[in-house]
Design a protein around this ligand. Structure first.
Ligand code: FES
Ligand SMILES: [Fe+2]
Length: 433
């Protein structure tokens, strides 16, 4: 459990909240490349409680600025998207992505008003289908994180998103809690004897696992980028000789990476929009070839995040608290579904939302399966407190992080081996013969 004070430190990101201030030392995903059409509609973006608007000019350049016009506050989501910036509908002010006002048409021709106005504008960077935002000191933006997918063609990447009406911290705790997959996802993740990282999407769901052990042992190892942890399970086959390992990464401040099918990679982002809501991202990439439509469809359906079917154009889910998340009790009564919820990611999001916008962690009772959750909270609370005192962020700064090389992994190894051997190369380890 956490005290109310520590819980607030962990969860709250708006204004001067220590966690929000810490997060401004990291590039954050703002929107997807596909959200922004050149000369098309600006897109509302919320990060750390700030209401912003992103757009792609007709000439292709990107902007991320305050949503509200610096004249008298009309929303620039409605603005005309012109070559030099956004033109507000109300009085025609033209503003650009550098935070400058270029034209103030109702003012006298010799007016100096526009030179005196400065407003919020943030640096952006586009890679791998993601538009990243830098909300820290605009004169000191470090290179953006180049994760493995950043250099791939869009045909190799699928990006799924949905807004969670829940704080970022309770959202990311799901990816740090391997045990829940045996229960919450028992409909979508099946014990299958030959399921390993070698399974291929299209012939067998990569989600299956060679174990039905619902009480994994966890072990955590701190790293330069955050930490990684192993979930160690009894396998279905030869449990007397082997153990089944899954290694998941926590990458500060709000990213998770976990095992994917061989030749594939995947990450989840849990980006704080405000104290009580976050944007869930699931990025999946195929390393060496474009994805087929069948592969894309399979992911969209398995995860339950198909645009237009599961989420609307603003990334709000159709399953929500007010309709009890469309839970199918009849399917549960028939024994067809443990959760009555369709889609692995929707199951996760529903659970996070069910706790309320910010869960009161003074009421919880943690067990041994929560080891990685405990580690992550301690790490991030300390990081926020330390940053508030010193103004210097630590995680990911003590030594440079080579994001492109970060990998999660899984494998079957003999009992005598350390779980870290799973990560020594990218090939899954062989079980003892
Ligand atoms: S409010 Fe935007 S131009 Fe007046
Ligand atoms: Fe989950």
């Amino acid at each position: 459990m956490l005290s109310k004070e520590k819980n607030d430190t962990l969860c709250r990101v708006e204004g001067d909240a220590p966690m929000g201030r810490l997060m401004r030392n990291y590039w954050l995903p703002a929107c997807a490349s596909t959200d922004l059409v050149a000369g098309g509609a600006p897109r509302r973006v919320q990060l750390l409680g700030e209401e912003l608007v992103a757009y792609r000019s007709p000439n292709g350049s990107l902007g991320l600025i305050d949503e509200y016009c610096p004249h008298r506050g009309a929303s620039l989501v409605l603005a005309n998207n012109e070559d030099c910036g956004l033109r507000c509908l109300y009085h025609g002010w033209l503003v650009n992505g550098d935070g400058k006002v270029l034209e103030t048409p109702p003012e006298p021709a010799d007016s100096k008003l526009k030179e005196r106005v400065i407003f919020v504008a943030y640096k952006v960077h586009e890679a791998g289908g993601v538009v990243w935002a830098w909300l820290g000191d605009q004169s000191k933006a470090p290179p953006p994180p180049a994760f493995e997918f950043a250099g791939l063609d869009p045909s190799q990447i699928i990006i799924m998103r949905a807004r969670e009406e829940a704080n970022w911290a309770q959202a990311i705790e799901g990816v740090l809690d391997s045990a829940h997959s045996n229960y919450l996802h028992s409909g979508g993740i099946k014990p299958t004897e030959d399921a390993t990282a070698n399974t291929v999407l299209g012939t067998k769901a990569h989600l299956d696992r060679p174990s039905d052990d619902g009480a994994p042992k966890l072990d955590v190892e701190t790293t330069s980028y955050g930490f990684r942890y192993a979930a160690i399970r009894k396998p279905l086959r030869e449990a007397d000789r082997n153990k089944y390992i899954r290694v998941t990464l926590f990458i500060a401040p709000c990213f998770g990476m976990f095992p994917a099918a061989k030749g594939w990679g995947n990450m989840q982002f849990f980006v704080p929009e405000a104290d009580g809501k976050s944007m869930f991202w699931y990025v999946i990439w195929k390393k060496d070839a474009p994805m087929t439509q069948a592969e894309r469809d399979r992911y969209l359906d398995n995860m339950g995040l198909r645009p237009g079917v599961d989420v609307d154009e603003n990334l709000n889910k159709f399953a929500k608290r007010s309709n009890n998340w469309k839970q199918d009790r009849a399917a549960m009564m028939r024994g067809d579904s443990f959760t009555g919820i369709k889609g692995v990611n929707i199951e996760d999001i529903v659970i996070h939302e069910s706790m309320g916008p910010i869960y009161d962690r003074t009421k919880e009772h943690l067990g041994s399966s929560d080891l990685a959750v405990i580690h992550y909270r301690r790490m991030m609370i300390e990081a926020a407190e330390q940053f508030a005192q010193t103004g210097k962020p630590q995680i990911g700064f003590a030594e440079p992080v080579d994001h492109v090389r970060l990998r999660a992994g899984e494998g079957m190894i003999p009992h005598s081996e350390r779980w870290q051997v799973v990560m020594e190369d990218e090939q899954p380890r062989r079980a003892a013969e």
